[in-house]
Design a protein around this ligand. Structure first.
Ligand code: C5P
Length: 255
């Protein structure tokens, strides 16, 4: 499996492969969750909601607190390269991961990768997107019949453009690794443990933590199944531990 610490000899623990999505509206809630989960998860993912609400100040605070190697900035910014490179350059250097949408196309991906210092992940096809969505968007039949084909096509393009890896669903990760090689990072959201229900869920191409890791995911991204896990059952800490147990079991089963 690949690691974000390319070239460095580090031993990754199962928990290091768990990225927790800090999808909350304000700094206080975010820092409470960081305090609770600091020893339980690997990376913290800061998304659009929190970044728009709190700005770069919170990003800096998070980096100072847990270290840049453990912070993932997931903004999926969408614009022409020239417009994107300005704001991207203002983001502090020393983040672990940063996302851009793969549908910006190969030339834009190349420009952005060469203009940034952190590892860029291309988002292939959102895990909330279905084959029907792709059909409505005008994609060829082969892609809406089997979204994995589009994911792999975009992953190959992202690799050629110099991206460190992709965001894809755990259903497609095996095909991505076959096409792009074991060192090309695969980060998988759309994770739904069998034991955690998410009310009104928007995710579609879902898998369990065990399946995602077993299929070859380097990292899994989990938000609501941890954040909303009932306090009566141990709350977010208990949920994170259950996810890490699944990661460990999947790693054991592949060794
Ligand atoms: O709460 P949940 O586990 O669905 O959170 C998943 C996280 O992963 C969210 O922060 C979402 O923005 C992010 N994500 C995703 N699908 C992608 C890329 C990122 O769900 N393709």
């Amino acid at each position: 499996m690949a690691s974000i610490y390319n070239g460095e000899e580090i031993t990754m623990k199962p928990k290091d492969r768990l990225i927790f999505a800090l999808d909350v509206p304000d700094k206080r809630q975010a820092l409470d969750l960081v305090q609770l989960l600091e020893g339980e998860v690997g990376l913290f993912k800061l998304g659009l909601e929190l970044y728009l609400a709190e700005g770069p100040g919170l990003l800096q605070e998070l980096v100072n607190r847990v270290g840049g190697d453990w912070v993932f900035l997931d903004l999926k910014l969408y614009d022409i390269p020239n417009t994107l490179l300005g704001p991207i350059r203002t983001i502090l250097h020393g983040l672990a991961l940063f996302t851009i949408p793969s549908d910006l196309g190969p030339a834009a991906l190349k420009k952005i990768v060469s203009g940034t210092v952190f590892k860029v992940l291309a988002v292939t096809v959102l895990t909330s997107t279905t084959g029907d969505d792709l059909k409505a968007l005008g994609f060829e039949r082969q892609y809406w019949e089997d979204p994995a084909r589009l994911v792999v096509r975009r992953a190959v393009m992202a690799k050629e453009a110099g991206c460190a890896g992709v965001v894809c669903s755990g259903r497609e990760v095996k095909a991505v690794k076959e096409a792009c090689g074991p060192d090309f990072l695969a980060v998988c959201p759309g994770i739904r443990p069998e034991w955690a229900a998410v009310a009104g869920d928007d995710q579609q191409r879902i898998v369990t933590p065990f399946e995602a890791i077993k299929n070859g995911a380097d990292y899994i991204v989990v938000g609501r199944p941890i954040r909303t896990y009932p306090e009566s059952q141990g709350g977010p800490v208990a949920a994170a531990r259950r996810v890490v147990e699944e990661i460990a079991a999947a790693l054991d089963s592949t060794n």
